[in-house]
Design a protein around this ligand. Structure first.
Ligand code: ACM
Ligand code: ZN
Length: 504
């Protein structure tokens, strides 16, 4: 329950909103080193209790993450209106202005434990500094899972020193769609400019992982199998079903027929070794194996794939994909990892230890949860911020220009919509996604991401009582109040150099 009392509350704008906030008369000067931190094991994981009195500031939490999120709340309170004006500053002994914070008691904890952001670096590569900036912004909005989509048809972005051809061929393409065109087969104009080589080395990855860890962000790498793999096949065409593939990644956007030859033992063994290296680089518990949009055309024509289907007694090519998913899920489980895959993997009835990442219709997320899978929810029309937001004079290009995800729609997202109470227990949380076919640089990226990712952050941190239909914010979430806070919070983002889109 949110209980806002007094005038101070009108001036403060916390995004995401805390679970409970009570405002009191008076203010306190904010000096970071004077904040008192105490442990309280009774508080929920990642939660905190923040008490600001005229005499000082106290933060209680059960864990370090909770204390970290309290600092993020304090940062917003201290920034006040716009990151510059701040709450009225007081003066310290040296005469330097210090921000002041309104007296309050805030009890806060996340609604969901998986609060993710996915970045596709296959289509466009943004690099370490942009990624670090994004991790900072994630942390400021209390997001805690960075899903790093590192391999695609259009680019392979992770160096695996054991297989140097992967970046040699997979990280560079002769040209890209011209800036401003969608790059699909019907709307492709090449820009004639080599793109790459662009990839992350092991040192880069270690640096990003350390940076994320300091911000309580878990990094989940995604290495796709068996589809979205043209960049890998540029390096290793011998692992395709069809001979004679060009030794360059794909330049078009859209789903590609060329996939991993599931009947080729060497191809399967190669992917195992790639995952071995990925597991060495990424010590976290989860590996995303993709699994979306795998056309079966080549498998139907391929003697090796057909022989695999026959020898395993499978019914068809869909069962072959199920076999691939299970193979790598089991392989990674033996290495102590849990796999997560896009919801197409459900068709193969994978074991319930596999996490299903719902991205198509909500019914697939519901089905997965009802079958006992843990689920992470992304909604094509609700959390894909690569689709237009509908603000006037938007200067950027979008892959799906006819779709819309307005700020209000993003705010109405409910990962548990339509689920039974039993199914809801399987919802780990949700992710917002930035597919980068039409995202050329960090300004373009930021404009598409913010402020919608602020709305998303509130849906997963603050949550809401769930049983709403799409477009209606779940009870307990009020778009008008969010929009009021967002008008203030946007100024902070702009002051921090983030190219946040205008509010509608
Ligand atoms: C997806 O958007 N193809 C997961
Ligand atoms: Zn094949």
């Amino acid at each position: 329950m949110t209980n806002i009392l007094g005038i101070a509350a009108m001036a403060v704008a916390l995004v995401p909103a805390p679970k409970e906030q009570v405002w009191r008369e008076g203010t306190c000067a904010y000096v970071e080193k004077d904040v008192r931190y105490v442990r309280d094991a009774a508080l929920p994981p990642e939660g905190y209790r923040l008490e600001v009195t005229t005499g000082g500031i106290t933060v209680a939490s059960a864990d370090d993450a909770g204390a970290f999120y309290a600092r993020k709340t304090l940062k917003q309170l201290a920034a006040g209106d716009g990151g510059r004006a701040g709450a009225r500053p007081s003066r310290g002994a040296s005469g330097t202005p210090r921000p002041t914070i309104p007296c309050c008691v805030i009890n806060d904890a996340p609604a969901f434990r998986w609060r993710g952001f996915m970045l596709d670096e296959g289509r466009h590569f943004f690099g370490k500094e942009t990624v670090k900036g994004l991790l900072d912004q994630m942390a400021d909005h209390k997001l805690n899972v960075f899903h790093w989509h590192l391999t695609e048809d259009q680019g392979w972005r992770i160096d695996i020193p054991r297989f140097p051809e992967l970046v040699k061929y997979g990280s560079v393409r002769p040209e890209s769609p011209m800036h401003g065109c969608r790059g699909t087969k019907g709307d492709f104009r090449g820009n004639g400019q080599q793109y790459g080589p662009y990839f992350y080395t092991a040192d880069d990855i270690r640096e990003i992982l350390a940076y994320a860890k300091e911000r309580f962000i878990m990094v989940v790498p995604e290495i796709e199998v068996p589809g979205h793999i043209r960049a890998l096949l540029a390096a290793h065409p011998e692992f395709a079903c069809k001979e004679g593939l060009p030794r360059v990644p794909c330049m078009f956007n859209g789903v590609q027929d060329e996939v991993l030859c599931a009947g080729n033992d060497d191809a399967i063994r190669f992917m195992e070794q790639v995952y071995d290296e990925v597991c060495t680089l990424f010590p976290g518990a989860y590996i995303h194996i993709g699994g979306d949009e795998c056309p079966k055309k080549r498998w139907k024509e391929c003697p090796k794939c057909q022989a695999r289907i026959k020898s395993l007694g499978l019914k068809d090519e869909d069962e072959l994909q199920a076999w691939v998913t299970r193979h790598f899920t089991d392989y990674l489980a033996k290495k102590g990892r849990r796999t997560i895959g896009w919801d197409e993997i459900l068709a193969g009835n994978p074991g319930t230890e596999t996490i299903v990442h719902n991205w198509r219709k909500p019914k697939y997320g519901i089905e997965a949860a009802e079958k006992g899978h843990d689920v992470v929810v992304s909604g094509l029309g609700m959390t894909y911020f690569s689709v237009p937001q509908g603000v006037p004079d938007d200067p950027f290009t979008y892959l799906s220009p006819k779709m819309r995800c307005s700020l209000a729609k993003a705010y109405s997202f409910d990962p548990c919509a339509g689920m039974t109470d039993a199914a809801k227990k399987h919802v780990l949380g949700a992710e917002c996604c930035m597919w980068s076919e039409c995202v050329w640089n960090e300004y373009d990226l930021a404009f598409k991401l913010w402020p919608r990712a602020c709305a998303f952050a509130e849906t997963v941190w603050t949550g809401g009582i769930s049983d709403a239909q799409e477009r209606v914010p779940p009870a307990g979430r009020d778009f008008a109040d969010f929009a009021r806070r967002m008008a203030i919070h946007r100024k902070r983002l702009i002051a921090a150099g983030v190219n946040c889109a205008p509010l509608e």
